[in-house]
Design a protein around this ligand. Structure first.
Ligand code: RIB
Length: 297
């Protein structure tokens, strides 16, 4: 019997639940990324909704997932709103600083209050833009309830608590994050495979390392040989939040296509993220289901 069968009939159940951050993105478009100590002219500025948690939730929702965020929005004198000054160069590459602010006020008691929503989800998604201990609590609540977990360790921390790996079904990171977590430089499919093996050794069941325009590498406990999944080449204008588009799409597929191979989910999530890089903004660039080829569904 599932946990949702024990709930009062008016309790709303969500399929994809994200425990994570909301930020205001302050995006400057510049010819190139500035060097240390340098001031350069930008040619465009925009403000948009961001935060890895919110981004992933929005992408899952735009694909049709019944999604929710655990984020307790309110007013406080204790912290600023989370902000992310972002610079995007003419090649679409970005550099991001986050000041997480009020996102760091979410605490484990808040999660206890949300534990039914977390425990009744099909998929719970977490990142590292809130306090790591709170993220770990969310993963534990989900895992204990038998809910599938996706952990996106971003921004990465070198001394990540080993418990994170054990509470995670799909550990999804990019090259930089994989390198910080394993100490292995990730600059090719082969080196991604080595980093993926090191992450599996730490205790997670499946690992996806995204490689930007090159696609992704997938490994799991039962298929330890690295599987390279290439992606279509597109002209990138802004890669900000592409990884979040990927994670949100992956959560959608895990929730609604549970029998699909992880490899196929990863291929389709890459296709969706590659749409997001072709226009400016973070959430603003995320495609809706109706805008995508129907063979993705
Ligand atoms: O991954 C992109 C996101 O990182 C941005 O939206 C920014 O807010 C930071 O959280």
């Amino acid at each position: 019997m599932s946990l949702s069968e024990h709930l009062p009939s008016d309790t709303v159940v969500y399929d994809v639940v994200v425990v994570g951050s909301c930020m205001t993105d302050l995006v400057s478009y510049t010819p190139r990324l500035p060097k240390a100590g340098e001031t350069i002219h930008g040619h465009k500025f925009l403000i948009g909704f961001g935060g890895k948690g919110a981004n992933q939730c929005i992408q899952a929702a735009r694909l049709g997932a019944k999604s929710a965020m655990v984020d307790y929005v309110g007013q406080t004198d204790e912290a600023s709103t989370g902000v992310a000054p972002i610079t995007v160069n003419d090649e679409g590459q970005n550099a991001i600083v986050i000041v997480a602010g009020a996102n760091l006020l979410l605490n484990s008691e808040d999660l206890e209050q949300a534990s039914k929503v977390i425990g009744c989800a099909k998929v719970v998604v977490c990142q590292l833009e809130i306090r790591p201990a709170v993220t770990l609590t969310a993963l534990k609540i989900a895992h204990k309830a038998g809910v599938k977990t996706i952990f996106n360790p971003a921004p990465a921390i070198a001394d990540l608590d080993p418990e994170f790996y054990k509470e995670t079904d799909v550990f999804c990171c990019n090259e930089t994050e994989a390198e910080i977590l394993t100490g292995i430089e990730v600059c090719s499919v082969a080196s991604a495979g080595k980093a993926g093996s090191a992450l599996l050794e730490k205790g997670c069941r499946s690992v996806i390392i995204t490689l930007g325009a090159e696609g992704s590498v997938l490994m799991s406990l039962d298929k330890r040989t690295p599987h390279y999944i290439p992606t279509k080449k597109v002209k990138a204008v802004d890669t900000t939040g592409a990884g979040d588009s990927f994670v949100g799409a992956l959560a959608f597929y895990m929730a609604y296509y549970p029998c699909m191979e992880l490899e196929e989910m990863s291929r389709r999530a890459c296709d969706i993220a590659s749409v997001s890089v072709q226009s400016q903004g973070t959430q603003a660039s995320y495609p809706y289901r109706a805008q995508l080829p129907q063979e993705l569904f």
